[in-house]
Design a protein around this ligand. Structure first.
Ligand code: MN3
Length: 205
């Protein structure tokens, strides 16, 4: 089956004032759609790969035929990362860090505040286009990582709790080149409930 653009889990204006509706609509209907289209164009060359899920394709990139591997990394990664991104966010200040994820995060990073300092420093320090993520690594530890372009954490054995898109297209209309202001605003949009849900799936009580 061809890959398709998923619906957003909220309205385009749901994240205002931190992310405006126009930016969200362009990001979803133009940028994300473009990754989906380009992924399908690449897979049309090897249609047997439509049998695999997006996760299967990205988990072991070395198995992708060489002639389309870069296209799958960029566009399959772009498609997957944006799904992670939409699910990383919720209406402003509508969720809080709590429960077992809170305990684990504070054990790893000290306080929520010092976690945020490290996370925002990673997002700010990603050179050029890319992402910063809170993940569970293959050895089952919480970690903050960065990836460039559309390289995706699942290609490296990580499970994503949430991630921020720091490509300029994610924030330019509102923030122009002020990535630091966008990152600071994004703190209000983290979907902690979703992150907790994934954490508790990996570490059942
Ligand atoms: Mn993007």
């Amino acid at each position: 089956m061809k890959h398709e653009l998923p619906q957003l889990p909220y309205a385009y204006n749901a994240l205002e004032p931190y992310l405006d509706a126009r930016t969200m609509e362009i990001h979803h209907t133009k940028h994300h759609q473009n990754y989906v289209n380009k992924l399908n164009e690449a897979l049309d060359v090897h249609p047997e790969l439509y049998m695999q899920s997006l996760e299967e394709l990205l988990k072991d990139i070395s198995k992708i035929p060489e002639d389309i591997r870069t296209a799958v990394v960029n566009n399959g990664g772009g498609h997957y990362n944006h799904q992670l991104f939409w699910n990383s966010m919720a209406m402003p200040d509508s969720t809080i860090l709590q429960g077992r994820l809170k305990e684990a995060l504070e054990a790893m990073f000290g306080t929520n505040e010092s976690f945020w300092q490290q996370f925002s420093a990673a997002a700010l320090g990603q050179f050029g286009s890319g992402w910063a993520w809170l993940v569970i690594t293959s050895d089952k530890k919480l970690a903050i990582i960065k990836t460039g372009n559309q390289d995706t954490p699942i290609s490296h054995g990580n499970v994503v709790l949430f991630g921020i898109d720091v490509w300029e297209h994610a924030y330019y209309l509102n923030y122009q080149n002020r990535r630091v202001d966008y990152i600071e605003a994004w703190k209000h949009l983290i979907n902690w409930d979703h992150a907790s849900h994934i954490y508790e799936t990996i570490f059942p009580a």
